[in-house]
Write a protein that binds this ligand. Structure first.
Ligand code: GRG
Length: 301
């Protein structure tokens, strides 16, 4: 995608507002963390990235008619705090042992393993508190605020990302079937992506059927996103990815290994179409989310 096309421009503008919210979040932590942990937090949180989860959250909020407010970016940034911790921990030697992330040394390579462990852990409660206070600033009812925070924590926990990561580590060196792979990625990657949309919709006060449709959209683009990730890992170099391709070295099962490159591309397109269909089924007019479904499949990093 060219840097001047309208979607790229909008994504760049949204990323800036997300960055500002992340700066605010790190500033709040600065009052509580020792200097070494704070430096690791800054490295892991402010070190670039597509900021897809916050952008999905804001897009869902807007699609559901949420009134414009800078606080929606604070809510969205809570998702990125969880995502940042997951990448910091994922890169540790006891997990994927990666030296490079977002085109620079991974957090532990610069700040050490012990500090990175602690800094990552500090981001989890910080994210929950940030979601709660953003909901209050948005004027959500207490019940809505609880539902938003629960969506974030459920997607991050054993039934979501942590459980998926664990299944991923256990699956290394074993050839997983399509069903097993889909269940694993549904938890590891899909749950937080789906929660991004659900949180935006809940904060905007959307009715249950719209929240559910956005959850279905999120699960489908989550799968498309992961398939695209496998394709990029199989076809791109570190300079493009900002990280070293690692699926083969780590003995990971992938959609490319299961279906071949063309088969994987076709599956990603089918999931993106399924995502858009979930929106249409409830009559939700959300042109940005339609474009984002395509972006997830066509992305180059
Ligand atoms: C205790 C077992 C256990 C786990 C702790 C480490 C961890 C929790 C979870 C890891 C989850 C993980 C690494 C999921 C990968 C998701 C993914 C596809 C990341 C890449 O996301 P992008 O492409 O990255 O959005 P950017 O850099 O753009 O933000």
């Amino acid at each position: 995608m060219s840097p001047i096309d309208p979607l790229s421009q909008r994504l760049a503008a949204e990323r800036e507002r997300v960055e500002e919210a992340l700066e605010r979040a790190v500033e709040r932590l600065a009052q509580q963390l020792p200097a070494d942990m704070l430096a690791a937090v800054r490295h892991g949180v402010l070190g670039g990235g597509k900021r897809l989860r916050p952008i999905l959250c804001v897009s869902a909020y807007e699609a559901c008619g949420g009134p414009p407010s800078p606080s929606v970016y604070d809510l969205a940034a809570a998702l990125e705090l969880i995502h940042a911790y997951s990448l910091m921990h994922d890169d540790l030697p006891c997990m994927d042992d990666a030296d490079l992330r977002r085109g620079r040394p991974s957090t532990h390579r610069e700040h050490g393993e012990d500090v990175t462990m602690r800094a990552g852990a500090a981001l989890i409660p910080a994210a929950a508190l940030q979601a709660r206070s953003a909901c209050a600033a948005l004027g959500c009812s207490p019940a809505r605020a609880r539902a938003v925070t629960a969506a974030l924590l459920e997607a991050s926990g054993a039934g979501g990302m942590v459980g998926g990561q664990w299944a991923d580590l256990l699956g290394e060196g074993r050839a997983l079937g399509a069903e097993e792979l889909e269940a694993l990625h549904g938890r590891k990657t899909g749950a937080l992506l789906a929660a991004s949309l659900v949180m935006g919709a809940l904060a905007a006060g959307a009715p249950d059927r719209v929240v559910a449709a956005l959850g279905a959209y999120g699960r489908a683009i989550g799968l498309a996103f992961q398939i695209a990730d496998d394709i990029l890992d199989a076809t791109q170099q570190a300079e493009t990815l900002g990280k070293n391709p690692s699926d083969i070295a780590l003995g990971k099962s992938t959609y490319v290994a299961l279906f071949g490159l063309e088969g994987a591309r076709e599956r990603a397109r089918v999931e993106a179409a399924r995502a858009v269909e979930a929106l249409r089924a409830v009559g939700l007019e959300a042109p940005t989310l339609v474009e984002l479904a395509d972006y997830v499949v066509a992305r180059e990093r």
